[in-house]
Design a protein around this ligand. Structure first.
Ligand SMILES: [Zn+2]
Length: 217
């Protein structure tokens, strides 16, 4: 599977008054998560190993060649009750997808012969569409674990137009920890291990339930 510490490089993400940078925190979370997953025999790739900033497509590319892999993007919110965690699957509100068939121009572009011969490029921007049910199941399982470990977290996940998820051709979720507004950065560090345990449990539950059908309910 692929674990994505979001942001990086010149994009630090959310910044807290205590000097907390989202890009640093999620990299630490990702490293701890990788260890927890590997301990369960799960093979893990990180989208960045240090303070780089790969593009959305670079990150998507890491998983889109892997069959049956899942993708988890890690974020830290700028606000929200400290110590809570939320899982999201990709779901846009109307108009959030600039290339959705809102305009005839988009349809026309998709039908161009040059584009038709490169179907992979057309599908790239909509890669997540056929995986949304699986992503939702993964988000459900993850939020169940998060709600148990992090008091005050929601019971159920939500759909959100997370840009990174749109181009993932597989089960994909974002997990967002609150928040960079902590007064003591150690509060976030202490969340790394229970966060890793929660996600690892959800991933193994998801795998045990079977990944294949995109619509089972
Ligand atoms: Zn973020």
């Amino acid at each position: 599977m692929v674990v994505d510490p979001a942001h990086g490089g010149s994009d630090a993400g959310a910044r807290g008054a205590a000097g907390v940078l989202e890009s640093d925190v999620v990299l630490n979370f990702a490293r701890v998560l990788r260890l927890a997953l590997e301990a369960q025999g799960v093979r893990v790739l990180l989208t960045r190993e240090g303070n780089q900033d790969p593009s959305f497509d670079d990150r998507s590319m890491l998983i889109n060649g892997l069959r049956g892999a899942i993708f988890i993007s890690l974020h830290v919110a700028s606000t929200g009750p400290v110590g809570t965690v939320r899982a999201y699957w990709y779901g846009g509100v109307t108009g959030d997808l600039p290339e959705a068939p809102a305009t005839t121009g988009a349809r026309a572009a998709a039908g161009r012969p040059a584009a038709a011969t490169r179907a992979g490029l057309i599908l790239w921007n909509r890669a997540q569409e056929s995986h949304r049910e699986a992503s939702r199941r993964l988000a459900d399982l993850t939020q169940i674990q998060l709600a148990q470990k992090f008091r005050g977290s929601p019971e159920v996940p939500e759909p959100a137009p997370v840009r990174q998820l749109r181009t993932i051709a597989g089960p994909a979720i974002a997990v967002e920890v609150s928040s960079v507004a902590v007064s003591d950065p150690g509060q976030l560090q202490q969340m790394a291990r229970p966060l890793a345990d929660s996600i690892t449990r959800a991933v193994t539950d998801f795998a045990a339930a079977g990944v294949a059908p995109s619509r089972t309910n």
